[in-house]
Ligand binder design. Structure first.
Ligand SMILES: [Fe+2]
Length: 173
């Protein structure tokens, strides 16, 4: 078991920095999905129903200026649930191909830019500011970039569990 992690009744492993209320909410929403064949659609719906707040995950990891800090909240072989703590940072232009289910902003503002691609060259196709409470899905091989001025907290589910080395990165055209 990872350092600082706790196991719940269903066998989910969750981060020790979560509040008790946060751990209970994850158990309720994701406990039924603690199996290797959990379908992506159910993982998406579990994330959509999850009512975590920034306060529930704030102590999982410290903010790190200029970076996004990932905090694994729960994982099975089929999916992973992450919190990301953002502090004045921008992701590469990237996709998750078959792996992204969705994400929700808990605190702060996140600018999402989506791209059209030719080969590894990406051209901006639209942008929007995502506010606390907003839930976003990225169908198919959506290519996007997320940018935060100041601080923000978001939660993300990936099924199959994302291998960050598999994430494809694009150049801005
Ligand atoms: Fe992404």
């Amino acid at each position: 078991m990872a350092r600082g992690a706790n196991a719940t009744e269903s066998g989910l492993i969750h981060h020790g920095g979560l509040t008790a209320a946060g751990a209970d909410m994850i158990e309720e929403a994701f406990g039924p999905l603690a199996r290797d064949d959990a379908p992506r659609e159910e993982v998406t719906e579990a994330l959509r129903s999850l009512r975590l707040t920034g306060d529930d995950v704030r102590d999982c990891e410290p903010f790190h200026r200029g970076h996004r800090v990932r905090c694994e909240l729960a994982r099975t072989k089929a999916w992973v649930l992450l919190a990301i703590l953002w502090d004045n940072t921008t992701t590469p232009i990237h996709d998750h191909c078959e792996s992204e289910c969705g994400f929700r902003i808990l605190e702060g503002e996140v600018l999402e830019t989506r791209f059209r691609c030719e080969g590894d060259q990406a051209s901006p196709a639209g942008g929007r500011v995502l506010l606390p409470g907003e839930f976003v899905t990225t169908p198919g091989c959506t290519v996007h970039q997320l940018s935060v001025s100041g601080r923000a907290i978001s939660i993300h589910a990936y099924a199959p569990a994302l291998c960050l080395d598999d994430m494809q990165v694009f150049e801005r055209a």
